[in-house]
Structure formats: C-alpha cells, structure tokens
Design a protein around this ligand. Sequence first.
Ligand code: ACM
Length: 688
Amino acid sequence: MLSKTFFTVRSAVCLTIGLFLLPSFPAIAQEPPGTLNLMPVPFKLALAGGKLRLTENFTIGALGEAVPRAKKAAARFMDRLAGRTGLFFKQDYRTDFVTSGNATFLFKYEAAGRLELNENESYALTVSPDRVMLIARTDLGILHGFETVLQLLDADAQGYFFPCVGLEDQPRFPWRGLLIDAGRHFMPVEVIKRNLDGMAAVKMNVLHWHLSEDQGFRVECKTFPLLHQLGSDGYYYTQDQISDIVAYAADRGIRVMPEFDIPGHSTSWLVGYPVLAGRPGPYRIERRWGVFDPVFNPTDEATYRFFEKFFEEMASLFPDRYVHIGGDENNGKQWDANPQIDQFKRDHKLADNHALQAYFNGRILTILSNLGKKMVGWDEIFQPGLPKDIVIQSWRGKQALIDSARKGYQGLLSNGYYIDLCQPASVHYLNDPLSPDAPLKEEEQKLVLGGEATMWSELVTPETIDSRIWPRTAAIAERLWSPSGVNDVEDMYRRLDSVAVQLEELGLTHFKNQEMMLRRLAGGADLGPLRTLVDVIEPLKQYKRQHQGVTYTQQSPLTRAVDAAAPESRTARVFRKMTDEFIKTKDPKTADALKTQLQRWRSNHQFLKSLFKNAPALSEIEPLSEDLYTVADLGIQALDAILARTAGDRTWVNESLELLQQAKKPKDQAELALVPAVEKLVQTTLLK
Ligand code: ACM
C-alpha cells in the first residue's frame, strides 16, 4: 500500500517538475545524510546543496484550485515565516494567491483530504535555490509539508534561508494521537486550540478528547441537561465551542474523537441521573483521584434508552467515525452489591462482571453502529465475540495490543506514552508500537494503527498542562510518523530542543509559564537563583507524587515549585552528557565547563536562603537547595581529583556516594536530576 502511494507522489513530482522546468534533484538517497532539525524525520530525505534565500519578495501560491483549508494553512504558514524572520512580505497572501506558477513557493495537490483513518497524508518536497515545490495527493499532505518547510528554516550571516533538499514523506502509522483529559481538570477552549496547533506542527492527526470523568462531565447536552448542569461545576464546553474546536482541528488535518468513559469513571453523570446507577444515589461530583464505585446499571433498559438518545445527540456534534467509550477500571463493587444485577447475571449466564461488562459493551456497540460510528475502548473492553471493527487502545501493557492484533482486532498503543508520568522523552521515543521483534504476522501488523500520548489531568491545570505535553510529545509524534529505524536518542534530543522553541510561536506555554510561576512564588524577588534550582529538579516520576504524604484532589493547588519544574530537566541532561564526555576524554575544556557549572550550583543555596525565609510556599524545596550545594561540592572535589590524577581515596568515595544516595531521595514531591552524573564523577576518581 505504501509503495503504491509513493509511486503516485513520485509521478506527480516528475510531472510537475517537467511542466515548470524546475531543477531536477539527484535520486533520493536511501539513507538520509542528516536529519537537519526535522521532527518527525521524513521517510526519505536528501540534501541537494545550496540555499533558497528568503527576502520580502517571497510568495506562495497553489497550482490549480486550492480548497479553503489549504489557503488558510498557507496564510498561517506565511504568518509564522514572517514572525520568525521579521520579513515584511509584500504579497497579500490572504487574498492574492499567486496561481500562475510564478510564486516562490508552489504547492499542488489532487483532492481535498477526508478526515478519515488511512487517508493519504504523503507529500513530496523539493527546495531549489529559487523555488520551493510541494506536491501531495491531498491537502492533508500539503499541511504536513508546510510544517516541514517551517522546520527547514535556517539562518546564517547573510540572513534566513531554506537549505536545498528533496524529500518524500509519509506516516508510518495512520493514527497519531494526543489524549487530553478535560474531565479531571477542565481545559478551556484556548488550551485545546493551542495544543491542536502543536499537534499539527509535529504531524499528529487525532485529538482524543476525554470529556467525562468521575470529577466532571464537560459537554453541554441538550437531551439530558442535568449532565452538564449538575456534573461540571459550570466548567463545560457549549456545543458551539465544541463545533468550533472540531472545525479548528479539521483545518489542521486533525480528527477529533470524543471519549465518554462508561460504565465506570462515571460519578459526574450520575449526579444528575442517579436512577441509572448500580446503586441508589444521591451522588456528588468526586473530588479525589483514583478508582471509584459509581457505575451505570447495565441490566436496566432505561440505561440503554438513555445512551441511545445521548449518543444520537453526540454523534452529530462529533463528526468523526470513531467514538471512544472508555471502559476502563470498573471495580464492579456496585454490581456485586445489587441483588437484581446479580440475578441478571445468573439469568443471562454471565459468569462474572467482565462478562456483564462485555454484554454492556455489546449493547453500546449496537447503539453506536446504528449511528454509523465505530467503537474504541481501553483494553478492558477486549472480550472475544465482539465484532472486528472495534479498536482496542492498550494502556495496561503492550501485550494487550499484540493479543488483540493476533485475534484480528485493530489496536492503538498508549502504554509507554503516559506523558503525565513525567518520564524522559527517550523512554517514550524508544517505545515502538511495532518493534522489530513483535511476534505478529504481516497481516496482523497492519492492525496496529498507531498510538496516542495520554495527558491525564490529575496533576495539571491550564497553566501547567503544556509543560507536561511539550516538547516530549514531539518525540512520540516522531515514533508514530518516522520509519522505525529512526531511533538515535541523541539526535532526537538535539532536534527536540529546536522544535521546543518553535512550538512557542503557536502560543504554547511550556516554557513561559514556568517563569511566571516562579515569579509568583518568589513574590518579586530576583528569580535567578530560584530558576537555577528549579532548572535541575524534576517532579517525581510514575505515580510517586501521589504517595508522598500529600493527598491530591481536584482542589489542590498545582502552583508550587514542583509544578513549575519541567518533567525532564534539559540542564541536567546536558550536564550528564558533558560528564560522560569528560569521563571518556578527560578534555580540560569540558572540565572547565563542568566546573563553572558546578561552582554556580554550589553557590546557589546561599542566595536562595533569604528567599526561603520570605516565601513560605517555597520552603518545601529548601532541602533540594541544600542538596544542590552538597552535590555540586562533591562534583567539584571529584573533578579536581580526576584532573590531578591523585590516587583514588576509597573512604572519601564511599562517604560521598552515601551523601549522594541521600541527595537522590525524593524530597517532598521532587528530586534533583543531576545526582547520577555526579555519582559517575565520584566513581571515576577511583579509576586510573
Ligand atoms: C486509564 O489509564 N485508566 C485508561
């Protein structure tokens, strides 16, 4: 299928190049000579040598008719290009669309892309010294091509330019999603929109919008208004807002799949409609995090009459073919405690609650199928006997994905892409939905549709959510788009640093809100030393933050230093890399750089001490500040010993490692990310 796609794109390139006498490029190399700053790395890339210089005369135009989506995307492209370069482009690129073939940047495609799974998203791009040419089967490919061109932008002493390249590009997986949980913490429209822009920038194409939870029902529902009226604290999306977001996403080539999590995770629904629950109410919106008992009664026909009407209304609000029904983490307690439900299980020979939930899923599937929708659910919904056109989203382990593919079901991987767990980008990056050793036949492999990063929102607010999504999600986007062999972690981080800055132009707040939060915490004091400390701390990983004597609820402030800290400290990563390099080479210049950094860290605590006295909200990171002093001091001593080539002192090493062990321990909610690098330095003092 892929090669057929490529044949078409390649033919289109040759045809158009022939028509417009563009310079031809050497054959596309099999192995890209470099990855430039492109993220995701394209399918095939060749550097052609030379540069297209940008001036204010740069123009954009379509060859042939352009649909509104492509025109709007072209205008946004020019806005961003102008924004980055400061060039005052002469073309009125919103109204005067150059179509005669004489624009600097020409694009052409055959048809408007449908927002459907497996739609053609490929494109081919050539940059020569006086022309950019972008060709695609659909305008979705054009949109991706625009993002690639923006990532190609480079500069030298003479100004901005695009390097001359030839590339052919297509996604490895057709489903590249980001889940945003607006249930636990509501995320206003602007949060969703700017993240849609971020997704488009890295070629993701599905927003999985988690819209109901124990803690909130987030959609205006006209048929059952008590859902949003009583289940949301007033924080819900109106239907106009939802249509606006769906259109905004469509303009960026992104499908919007709603998730209504049932039968569990459903307290907020039952506040307004307690008769539908497994046990009599009343119910209140849940404020705590975790797994709770409230669940729909799957044995009552009223439940299905409710869902028939509910999904009928939602089906027209969300045009995507797919509807996610959740299905996760039903603890079954209410079902066990209800004698009528127990009787129903016996009457229908349903062996246990899994079988009962499968019955429920089957009924919901019928409702969705009658509405022309396909059903997606978390891996708990996987029960033999369900029709083969449902999609299983694997969150508990990769095995569920493999098992379901072997049984002929389509699947998505989210296990390993839980960005709420604050793991390094590299962990997600190396998590391949289809690793080479996956025990799947070719036909089964095709059932693996891709994956989704999941931004669960227990510990994020609109202020911090971007910092948990970006830039790490760009690494996941690359895993889902680029060929499997693109897996050089160092090169990924190099490009991620560059993409992270570009993402800010879309209004994403992953960097800038940190500064704002620290300013607030410091109450106007000089931010330098606080920034130095927060720069090297990371929030605890996995679910550890929830188990440090703090009970988080929906009302807990997420405004502390640990919330301002990035999930993965770039400073600590760069320091680790420099340390490794020094240990290998003993290069004096690297040693100098390390020492300067360590000295800065060692002196930081003395500057912060007075701030801690006057900013009580910061006192919890005081132990980390003290640790930074200790760790930096040991690092300097180790560095000096290595440089002086003094004989290793085992007692000092053991004592130091003990101190570092203490410093490694989580302090409150966060940890110091550079301890492992200093441990290595200390251990190196023993080596000759
Ligand atoms: C899930 O994380 N409960 C899908």
